[in-house]
Design a protein. Sequence first.
Lengths: 355, 567
Amino acid sequence: MTQQELAPPGLQLEGVSKQFDSGEAPVRAVNDVALTVDHGEFIALLGPSGCGKTTTLRLIAGFERVDAGAIDINGTLVANSSVHLPPERRRVGMVFQEYALFPHVSVLANIEFGLRRMAATEKRARTGEILELTGLAGLEGRMPHELSGGQQQRVALARALAPNPALILLDEPFSNLDAGLRARVRAELGNILHAAETTAIFVTHDQEEALSLVDRVAVMLNGSVEQVASPHELYTNPATRSVAEFIGDANFLPGVGHGDTIECELGILATRKQIHGQVDILLRPENIELLAAQPGRPAARVRHSLFFGHDQLITVQLPTGTYLTARLGPSDAYEPDLPLRVAVRSPVIAYPRWY
Amino acid sequence: MRGENGSPAPSRRSIAFQVLRKAYLSGSPGSEREVTRLKVHSYFGILFRGLVLLISLAMLLPLAYLLFRAGGVGWTELLGLMGRTRMLPIMWNSLLLICGVTTLSLALALPFAWLTERTDLPGRKIWTVLAMMPLVIPSYVGGFTLIAMFGPRGVLQELLSPFGVERLPSIYGFTGALWVLTLFTYPYIFMSIRAGLHRFDPSLEEAARSLGYNGLQTFLKVTLPNLRPAITTGGLLVALYTLSDFGAVSLLRFNSFTRAIYVQYLSSFDRNVASLLSLALIVFTIILLLLERNSRGRGRPRYYRSSVGVSGPRKRIELARRKWPALAFCTAVVMAALVLPTGVILYWLVRGLASGESLAPVWAATLNSFRAGALAAVAAAILGLPVAYAAVRMGGRLMSLAARAVYLGYGLPGIVIALSLVFFGANFAPWLYQTLWILVFAYVVRFLPQAMGAMQISLLQMNPRLEEAGRSLGLGNRAVFRRITAPIVRPGVLAGMALVFLTTVKELPATLLLSPTGFSTLATQIWSATDEAFFTRAAAPALVLLAMSAISIFLVLMQEEREVVSG
């Protein structure tokens, strides 16, 4: 490994594993996770519930000990199988799912909680700055239970930001807000974190949240990080079949790869990457076109349709029996049993089939 | 119409149930159909309200009589009495004992609760049960075990006498009372703190850790402030218990209020002195009760987890090598509060049996205790049901006031009720004085609220809609009562009766003062045998009582569980 004059990454996880002994069998919550977050970057850790993303966060914060692997924050080792820096010495700010505001003290005291080593004037300046940044000025005298959900969330963020941490971790920060509030708070949070220029990771199970808020998303499935990429890359070029299934809607069609092309029921399709043998082709609903059937050739039939107004989902059955769902504009109406021809926008992505 | 087409078979139902049912029919909030029924029963309704009022007034009698007596004392006389009763030293003693017991209890309960609830202490479930078990030991039995262990002619003295130890430092007075009351009341704080810790959101601690506070600083700055309500509630319970306890302080001869009242009652014929002391005790009790209410009801936020959103099981603090001192602490507390007392009782029991101590008096005392307990339980059911019903189902200021009056007896120290009834009986009802009936009455005044609590829970579960559902499913009036009302209310009534029975068997001060001559119960036998240092005679009744007490605590805990579930 070469250690150059490059700034060390804000966070680096290498081969991090953690298992819990729950009753009979130990559960592998986090399995050989590798992740690098650049200094000042804001990334999302996205995965379904139970995939180990919260445990990963707790390992980074120091609330859990790693079984194997290493965690570095700004180039400093904070945890491996023999080292465990206690949470209070990691300079990691945490925004909890339920905010965990101290109910017995005011908003100001909550924010000042991590500033006890500062001189009084310095402290006052810092809290003023943070209150300004988070838009909480004027609320500092309130008790936490006197705040709305969105305000509580901002206090939690302000409290975590105040001591100027090396890293901010946010655990499902929007799950406690109602849908209307969520979009607004999300935008606010993005702005605040951007202004604070802190390295930040937020955990979520909500794709829309992850894809719309950050530059890079780490997809975590069954305890492993399967892909780290930009939202666009994740959606259009998922690294694995599981990622493709988890992000967005996906149809899979069996085929046989011949290098640059794949032979399947819909004909010969161009691929993005060379592939050989039995494959599953990923077809996003919006990449499927439904055209008028050609006389004399076996046709696909409309089986089911859901009309949403701005678009509609049409499920067709191919002559071999496979179902495909297409997302189409609202202009055409599709009657049940209508014969159709299915076309696909290529190039397509395919995954080798190993079952 | 669902008026009177079938009333329940009178012979097969207890009177209490009929009262309840009649009352229910007359009192449920009126829909259109029910208006006619109300008319039919309005006569009964008035009668029923009268009955409830009468019961609650009877429960107020001891307090009223005390006030009446004290009202006859003039101001100058009062000042003289203050001096003669040595009121100030007694107050000081009580205050000292309360502070001592509460502080020491907290010192035992806080670490114990924290260890069992938040750490990976080995065997923490067993430790939790063991920590609560000392509640089973009534204070005078605790006093007996302390004296039988460390007192003159106690176990330790006998063990040490071959080594030339003639006298042990005296355990009588403050030290002994402090120890006994602490060891047998700390579970109140323990349970309260445990519940508080259970509600406490551990992510608050994690938040503090991530803000740069180490384990101890986090505990002091975050955990402890959030436990304050639980500590206050538990502490005030202990303080109230200490203030009203008679058994331990009288056996250990510490001159706090209750003992001073008893001594006055025994030695002088000046009722005014005893009355005045009783009133002062009541004032103290009220202050504590008000503090307790304040601590719960301030408009402050209630500290609890906003929701259970934490993934996976709660993280416990790893004790690692610290588990050895932790285990030593738990063992020491359990040894002192549970193992040693039981051991001492068994020791003296075996010695007594070996030296041919007869068990006949124990048998007689057990029968007497059971008889008094059973009478009190039945009386509490009969008197409690109408009041419980009125509190739950009937509106109106008068009825809720009546129900609250009944609860007053719960706050009064037993010795005060007993003393007031002694004076009342001797002056106004000689035909009642020195009978079992006045004793049973005292029990009912003290323990009716316990029965009512259990009954009210059942009655609250008895939603009127359930009966209407039964009717709509084709059940007649009688069938609705038999298959819906009675089965729902019955467990509460039975639980209430069982509770009254068991607490009555344990009761000491009223039994001591109001028992008819020659009527000896388990409690009085233990008390007098200990007072006269006949430890072998106290052992067998103490053992019987411990068993009974264990059952009663179990019932209370079950009841609380139900309360939590239904509330």
